[in-house]
Design a binder for this molecule. Structure first.
Ligand code: NAD
Ligand code: UGA
Length: 465
């Protein structure tokens, strides 16, 4: 095991930023430099007003405030940071490929390869390179091949150290991680590198929670962990459709099955569908890998998780349309929430985007309120789909800053994100503000049905008839 003085992290995103902030907080003797090619993002990480950090996570601004300028630094000087660091985390994005072979399924590894080539070009001293990004199993082989062919005599150890934090609870997940996974070569130098990375985490986590495996198990475990979590959501969402037909209540069913300690209670909340940058991407990647090894049944099995999620989003939109007398054309529908879950400003793959798209196809007028998501992000999410022109999207969609403006004269409200503040609203006043009959479609099951019924709403709660 060797002690590390300087760490660099390439990629100042949802993973790189919070992860490095927590390392800096817990390892005051280590200097942590987070670098990115995105100047705007780095400027926001360095902004003196901590409310303007590029990523919103409860507890994050306090940690950044405490460590920034002491042992946590953000910059665009990628080469310099690589050169100086003894350990380099790669935390860049690995989106689904949108072109060429594997389009729509395989992970696009161009950013990873660019990082590896950059490290190979710049490094003059031995480095431990840590894959923090989620990568297809066997990617470390490609990184190693690029790094080992530099011809400059530098020794690289490659570790896989996938991140398991969830957005909205990133700081807590990092501070109290269930486990840390470190995969590396089963050689003497590989073991030394694994122990060195373990030593960093041991600053604040008990050693029993730090698991060491070979590189391939570690890479694959990350994809499998996300696939299992998403599969639970799709399973309970499949059951929610059945509940609506049979007068069963999905909350009661999920409580009943979750009490079985073999099943457990977590990740059994039925919703309008899972979103986020990773579940879909990682399952598609798993499907692609299985197919590439000729494992068709394995691929089909996991693909069904995505098919069920798409069904849930479509089912929610279809229900709004059919309940509003089969037409939403020209009707005002208020969306509460746009983020893919509460306590984050991230909207990637949010169910709200796809439900909105389906309603816009039917010429609905949507007014959106989300406490943390900007107007610019909402428009760009819809423009990215390319279903209609940016002008048309702006004609049909309005984004407001006051939640009461969103429901004024609305035909219906769709709850798309489970923000706590939505529960606390004065729903009587909202009822008065809306056109009658006033419909509420609760895609997050956050409101009380009896209370909503007694106010006079036509209230639909997913998974309950
Ligand atoms: P992100 O898009 O928020 O951040 C990635 C950053 O990398 C961007 O700011 C981008 O500008 C930067 N970047 C890309 N290429 C670069 C280069 N060559 N040099 C310097 N910077 C470069 O992505 P994210 O959400 O932080 O995800 C990163 C990885 O972590 C992905 O593989 C993802 O699957 C994985 N992951 C994400 C989460 C999550 O909650 N978001 C959780 C666990 C794992
Ligand atoms: C998920 C995993 O939970 C993390 O462990 C993982 O590191 C991360 O993906 C990743 O690799 O990116 P995240 O997507 O941030 O984290 O958030 P989750 O809490 O997992 O929620 C994902 C989606 O599922 C959200 O849209 C959420 O609303 C939905 N969900 C979750 C449900 O609909 N029901 C549930 O019971 C749980």
């Amino acid at each position: 095991m060797r002690k590390i003085n300087k760490i660099c992290c390439i990629g100042a995103g949802y993973v790189g930023g919070p992860t490095m902030a927590v390392i800096a907080k817990n390892c005051p003797e280590i200097q942590v430099e987070v670098v990115d090619i995105n100047q705007k993002r780095i400027d926001l990480w360095n902004h003196e007003n901590l409310d303007l950090l590029p990523i919103y996570e409860p507890g994050l601004k306090e940690i950044v405030g405490e460590t920034r300028g002491k042992n946590l630094f953000f910059s665009t000087e990628v080469d310099k940071a690589i050169e100086e660091a003894e350990m380099i985390f790669i935390s860049v994005n690995t989106p689904t490929k949108t072109y060429g072979k594997g389009k729509g399924q395989a992970a696009d590894l161009k950013y990873i390869e660019l990082c590896a080539r950059n490290i190979a070009k710049v490094a003059k001293t031995d480095k431990i390179v840590v894959e923090k990004s989620t990568l297809p199993v066997r990617t470390a082989g490609a990184i190693k091949s690029i790094l080992d062919n530099t011809g400059n005599g530098v020794n690289f150890e490659i570790l896989s150290n996938p991140e398991f934090l969830a957005e909205g609870t990133a700081v807590d997940d990092l501070m109290n991680a269930d486990r840390i996974l470190i995969g590396g070569d089963e050689t003497e130098s590989g073991q030394k590198a694994k122990d060195t990375l373990s030593w960093i985490y041991e600053h604040w986590l008990p050693k029993e929670r730090i698991l060491q495996t070979n590189v391939w198990s570690s890479e694959l475990s990350k994809l499998v962990a996300n696939a299992f979590l998403a599969q639970r959501v799709s399973s309970i969402n499949a059951v929610s459709a059945l509940c609506e037909k049979t007068d069963a209540n999905v909350a009661e069913v999920s409580k009943a099955i979750g009490h079985d300690s073999r099943i457990g209670s977590k990740f059994l909340n039925s919703s309008v569908g899972f979103g986020g940058s990773c579940f879909q991407k990682d399952i598609l990647n798993l499907v692609y890998i299985a197919k590439s090894y000729g494992l068709t049944e394995v691929a089909d099995y996991w693909e069904q998780v995505i098919i069920m999620n798409d069904y849930q989003k479509r089912r929610f939109a279809d229900n709004i349309i059919s309940t509003l007398y089969n037409t939403v054309s020209g009707k005002k529908i208020c969306f509460y929430g746009w983020a893919f879950k509460k306590d984050t400003n991230d909207t990637r793959e949010s169910a709200a985007i796809y439900v909105a798209d389906a309603l816009l196809d039917e010429q609905a007028q949507i007014v959106i309120y989300d406490p943390k998501v900007s107007e610019e992000t909402i428009y760009s999410d819809l423009d990215y789909l390319g279903t209609r022109s940016p002008e048309e999207n702006r004609k049909l969609i309005k984004v407001v800053k006051d939640p009461m403006d969103a429901n004024k004269d609305a035909h219906a409200i769709a709850i798309m994100t489970e923000w706590d503040e939505f529960r606390a609203y004065d729903w009587k006043a909202i009822f008065e503000n809306m056109l009658k009959p006033a419909f509420v479609f609760d895609g997050r099951r956050i409101l009380d049905k009896d209370k909503m019924d007694s106010i006079g709403f036509k209230y639909y709660k997913i998974g309950q008839s």
